[in-house]
Structure formats: structure tokens, C-alpha cells
Design a protein around this ligand. Structure first.
Ligand code: NAP
Ligand code: GLV
Length: 322
């Protein structure tokens, strides 16, 4: 008898075909609406494998409804949507999609940095709304990128990919990380800084940490008070790392220059969120890894992890929590 798999969102055909060829597959057919919890609880009752997205909360309750579950494969590198401890206590393997999205996410992070620094969205809105009277010496002036100091919070796979982009702009690079990476300092020509020093010295601060309760609101009122007036904060990791209320005040009161966010505490961010009323912020709908090639690579990796585990083989990229 074929093993049973449930997929929590409509997947591209080539990924679905791979799974259909081996398993009895159930799928939430919507493209933009997450599967409701009550439906998920029912659907997982007899499954061996669960293919989920970062928008699905896979907690102990879900796992308890799935007595046959052997593997949860997440279509994301971040896995803060899954209770890893609860899964491990039940002997369930969790997998994610590291590596294949490094370059694409670093591209987007640098895009946000440049857009916020040079006021690209604000300037485009200015033109479209007919405000472009004439060229003027200080009109829409932003911040330089080349030669400035970049502080990276979380020097992991994507952080390292970001360094390569920043080097092309002659940036001086500081990083803060849980573990100091001495060999990377030499290899990449970057310097370690304590978080306080990084916040005080950087012109650009990019957050590339995984989310956990330990780093909830790591960047809040106190952190903003340490930053330079020209500082630009970029968050392409997870919304909960930044205290959005404190960010709103820091941007509105001119405590920092600008921000670029790909992620929010609540996603989708409500359209009446105070941050969206500010001109000095660039906001994107969590598209860090969203290139066709990368999203397909992530989906293949997630599917291959599932296939491996359900066929009694080792997963390619299991989550190993530290
Ligand atoms: P990674 O390779 O695991 O890198 C994370 C880095 O953060 C590691 O160097 C880790 O240090 C460090 N770190 C972890 N917890 C820390 C803490 N409490 N304090 C200080 N440093 C800490 O992860 P990645 O693949 O680069 O991805 C990073 C995150 O980006 C993901 O978890 C995800 O949330 C986010 N992301 C977002 C998008 C998007 O679409 N916007 C796309 C991809 C990823 P150690 O070396 O000590 O472990
Ligand atoms: C996206 O946010 C990911 O974690 O892959």
C-alpha cells in the first residue's frame, strides 16, 4: 500500500508529479489561502508525511493528530513555524531547505538596502504622482552605499552571501553572531563586533538570524537609541526579531534614516499598519527567495527530503536544532 502524504498548499506540477508517482497524496488546493487548522488536524490523521509552508503552524496539537507521521518537510530554510522539540520527542524528522536560496535571498536583501538608501520607491511614487517639478540640487537625496559600514546580525549562509555583494561596493563589514567565526574573518575580510558596537558603528544593519524566543524584539527601543542618525535597518529574516512599534517611532522621529523590511510580525501585514504610512521604509511581501529557479529548487529539495525519509533513507537536510 502506498504511503500517505498531505501537502498544505498547491505546488508546481513538476513537484507534485514527483510525489504523486510514489505516494497517495492529499493537497490543500488553494494557492494564496493557508489551510485552516481544523482542516489540517483532520487531514493529518492518517498521513506518513507532511509537506508544509512557513505559514503553517506545526505544533504539538497537529503532531498529536498524526500518529503515523514520520516526516515534516518545510518549504523554507527558517523553521520557527514548527515545534522542533515536540517533533523530536515523537520521533518525527523535520527537514528544511538550506543553501539553495542563499544567493537569491542575499540579492533581495541587498536590493532592499539599495532601495532604502536611494529612496527608490519614494522617488518612483513622487514621479508618478506628478510631483516632479524640476531637477533640484537636494531633491530626494539619499545615502551612499559604497565605502560605508555594513553590520550583519547573523553571519550564516545568507549572511556570507551578502558579504560578497557588499564587498563589490567597497563596504567595511562588521558582523555579530552567536558563535564567533575566526576563519571567516580572514577568508572574507570582515570583523567581529559585539552587538552594541555593531549597532553604534554601522550605516547599514542587516538582520539574517533565525527567529527564536531568544531573539524576539532583539532590535527594539534600546537598539534604535544606539544607532546612527543615518542608519538603515534591513530585515529579511523574520518579523519578530524587530519591535515594529519601536521601529515606527525611530523612523518617524528621525532617530534612524530608513528601513527595508521583507518580513513582518504579522504576515500578511495589515494595510493600515502604521509602518506603511511612512515614506522612509521599503516594504516587501516576504519575497526573499522568490525567483522561479530558487523556489523550484526549494520545492524539489523539500520533496526529496520527504521521499528519502518515507523510503527509509536519510533526509538530505534535516533540521538539527542547537
Ligand atoms: P544559518 O545559515 O543557520 O545562519 C544563521 C546564523 O545566525 C548562524 O550563523 C547562527 O550562528 C546565527 N545565530 C543563530 N541564533 C543566533 C542568536 N540567538 N544570536 C546570534 N546569532 C545567532 O541560516 P540562513 O540559511 O542564513 O538563514 C537565516 C534566516 O533567514 C532563516 O532562519 C530565515 O528565517 C531567514 N530567511 C528569510 C528569507 C526570506 O524570504 N525573507 C529567505 C531565507 C531565509 P551559529 O553559527 O552559532 O549557529
Ligand atoms: C523564508 O523565509 C525561508 O525561511 O526560507
Amino acid at each position: 500500500m502506498k504511503k500517505k502524504v498531505y501537502i498544505t498548499r498547491k505546488l508546481p506540477e513538476e513537484i507534485l508529479d514527483k510525489l504523486l508517482s510514489q505516494f497517495d497524496v492529499g493537497m490543500w488546493e488553494e494557492e494564496y489561502i493557508p489551510v485552516p487548522k481544523d482542516v489540517l488536524l483532520k487531514e493529518v490523521e492518517d498521513v506518513d508525511g507532511l509537506f508544509c509552508l512557513l505559514t503553517d503552524t506545526i505544533d504539538a496539537e497537529v503532531l498529536d493528530h498524526a500518529p503515523n507521521l514520520k516526516v515534516v518537510t518545510n518549504l523554507a530554510v527558517g523553521y520557527n513555524n514548527i515545534d522542533i522539540q515536540a517533533a523530536s520527542m515523537r520521533g518525527i524528522i523535520v527537514t528544511n531547505t538550506p543553501g539553495v536560496l542563499n544567493e537569491t535571498t542575499a540579492d533581495l536583501t541587498f536590493t532592499l538596502l539599495m532601495a532604502a538608501a536611494r529612496r527608490v520607491v519614494e522617488a518612483s511614487d513622487f514621479l508618478r504622482s506628478g510631483k516632479w517639478g524640476a531637477w533640484s540640487p537636494m531633491q530626494l537625496t539619499g545615502q551612499d552605499i559604497y565605502g560605508s559600514t555594513l553590520g550583519i546580525i547573523g553571519l550564516g549562509r545568507i549572511g556570507e552571501a551578502l558579504v560578497k555583494r557588499a564587498k563589490g561596493f567597497d563596504m567595511n563589514i562588521l558582523y555579530y553572531n552567536r558563535t564567533r567565526k575566526l576563519e571567516k574573518e580572514t577568508e572574507l575580510d570582515i570583523q567581529y563586533a559585539e552587538l552594541t558596537d555593531l549597532l553604534q558603528q554601522s550605516d547599514y544593519i542587516c538582520i539574517l538570524l533565525p527567529y527564536s524566543s531568544e531573539v524576539h524584539h532583539l532590535i527594539g527601543k534600546e537598539a534604535f537609541s544606539l544607532m546612527k542618525k543615518n542608519a538603515i535597518l534591513i530585515n529579511s529574516a523574520r518579523g519578530g526579531i524587530v519591535d515594529e512599534e519601536a521601529l515606527y517611532h525611530a523612523l518617524k522621529d528621525g532617530q534612524i534614516w530608513a528601513a527595508g523590511l521583507d518580513v513582518f510580525e504579522q504576515e500578511p501585514v495589515p494595510v493600515n499598519h502604521p509602518l506603511l504610512s511612512l515614506p522612509n521604509i521599503v516594504t516587501l511581501p516576504h519575497i526573499g527567495s522568490a525567483s522561479v529557479k530558487t523556489r523550484l529548487a526549494m520545492a524539489h529539495l523539500a520533496a526529496d527530503n520527504l521521499v528519502n525519509v518515507l523510503n527509509g533513507n536519510e533526509p538530505i537536510s534535516p533540521v538539527v536544532s542547537k
